[in-house]
Design a protein around this ligand. Structure first.
Ligand code: ZN
Length: 129
């Protein structure tokens, strides 16, 4: 069996497609990826985190997909929350990563009107019982 080599560049020709799963949570923003996998899971809360912080988390998880372990990342502010990490991710601040407003809950939208109508029906049911 051939040893698995660290992927030098995810953007190189022939690199397998990466799958990014996004989960929403009330907890702190975080990420997860297994070594040499092609899947990253990002856990985001409803509040947008600073874009440079999100980019750093994605970079950390990408490193896992390339085969880097925490021991190999130790001491690097490119992968760990060490002083000066922000300087590597200033480019991310300009990325269009803002959260889109929910169509369902945007006041006055069709989805919002339907949702409010549903809530009123539920309240009437509760009042009657
Ligand atoms: Zn990690």
């Amino acid at each position: 069996m051939l040893p698995r080599l660290e992927r030098p560049d995810l953007c190189r020709d022939g690199a397998p497609p990466l799958r990014v799963r996004v989960r929403y949570t009330r907890a702190e923003v975080s990420g997860r990826a297994s070594l040499h996998s092609n899947t990253i899971t990002l856990r985001l809360n409803e509040h947008m985190v600073p874009k440079d912080k999100l980019a750093k988390i994605i970079n950390h998880e990408l490193a896992h997909t390339r085969g880097l372990t925490h021991a190999q990342m130790l001491g690097s502010n490119l992968y760990c929350w060490l002083p000066g990490w922000e300087k590597h991710f200033t480019w991310a601040v300009e990325l269009p990563l803002d959260r889109k407003p929910s169509k369902l809950r945007t006041e006055g939208s069709e989805g919002w009107i339907a949702w409010m109508s549903h809530l009123k029906k539920l309240l009437n049911i509760v009042k009657l019982s």
